[in-house]
Design a protein around this ligand. Sequence first.
Ligand SMILES: [Zn+2]
Length: 558
Amino acid sequence: MYRCILVVVLCLTAGAGAVRADAPFPAHRVAGNTYYVGSQELASFLITTPAGHFLINSSFEETVPLIRGAVESLGFKMTDVKYLLASHAHSDHVAGHAKLQALTGAKVFVMAGDDDVIESGGKGQYLYADSRWAECPVDRVLKDGEEVTLGGMTLIARRTPGHTRGCTTWAWKETVDGKSLDVVVIGSPNVNPGYRLVDNADYPTIAADFAQTFAVLKSLPCDVFLGAHGNYYDMLAKHERLEKKLSGNPFVDPQGYRAYVALKEATFRKKLADQQAGPIDDASAAEQLRKVGAEVTLTKGVVTGVAVKDLSKFTTNDFETLGRLANLKTLSTSGEALNDQTLSYLTGLVALEDLSTNLAQFSDDGLWQLTLLSNLKQIKFFHTSLKRKDFTGRGLAQLASLKNLRRLTVAGCPFNDEGLAAVGKLTQLENFRTWHTYQTQAGNESLQTLVNLKSLYLGQRLRRYGGESNAQSLTDDSLEVLSKLTSLDTLTLGEQKFSADALIKLKALPNLKRLELFQVDVPAAEIERVRAALPKVVIDWQLVTAEERAKLGRLLAP
Ligand SMILES: [Zn+2]
């Protein structure tokens, strides 16, 4: 399903029915009567004939208007679409089927294995059990090798299962300048994070299915290489070449097709071998990880803790070894090498309870992978994604499915009010800490949904790096909001000049036992007034030094 390294990672998000950021993309002719009418992330193809058109992939419901815009920009009519086809039954390719069918009146043809999923709006998917979308009746269930014909054009449906049970690779011929070209749209060759290739009770034939898929893909003649996501075939770069009108058709790429299939098969074989080998020997894993700078804790011969102060020596193999530690409970890392892609190697850490990351480079979509670590109780994000533009924290909403998660820290990163709104969906949280981010006071409103929150730590926002300053995150107005969080027993506030009257509003909190104020600039006499108003609350506060006051002045400057 989605964008891998980009590709791999994207695939995850979509399956979970999670966040999606997508954008329109210029519709363009690929070859002959084949056109790209998808969005920037999600591929859809229109194959036109005098008798009407085929359309492959509806994508998300939200993508359908983009597809419509693309089709119409080429001068074609949606009502001329006669057949609606699919790459595979994950939400990012078929959640818009019902909507697109209603717009076009097209017949819906689906490969056996994916038909029930599309008809029921997502039920019965492997791994993505909670992902749902609008139900869409299926007019015909296809078998491997069946043909769909219209207006002199014949599309062949090849069953390439594994990624889903009915994953479909579409193949047909285009004639361009008297030459016949084989077109292939790969359904998906990706073994997503969390996929079990051995002992999989939910999908027992998954490994054999993937093997069959690679046999089929290697047997197909291919000139024009396409796929369910543009990133399978490097669509952005090829489209750029098309725009520049360089000679030749950039989408004719038989070598690129063969290289892509070979790479994906090697990835599948490696994951299969690792899973067949079973849990790694902990003593040798410990030795390997210590060589690249990890501190490893062994308890009765099994690795229960790993701390890496500098990930820069970690290779892919080291991440893979780390990801096979079946008893690892505590992991802390520091370094940019932990990102969406390397996180995918860690999704097998089913015993992990405590994860702390510093300097990791995650996208919001990539955070979905953390939901596979179902025993997580605590996550700390420090200095996350400082080099990325696709992280606001909105992806944290996906962590709602982590039922054991109690403690979350997000500090020193481009986390903003959108991110706080996402945290507001994590109603299982008992402890939340945040400081030095891009949030504003408005974001604090989102905390009101956290009815189980006992301990809250709020420091000041950072002034925006290199740009205009954002509004402060913690002001006297914040105390009004915080006085509504009645489940709190401990509140920590930092880096502000509060008035005593604002702090006294906290007397509305029936369970408050402790108020910690750090680098809070208030005259000593005023703190005595707060103490008198909150007699049951222990107040931890120290007069700021001249140096701290100067620093605070810089932080709070508009
Ligand atoms: Zn998929």
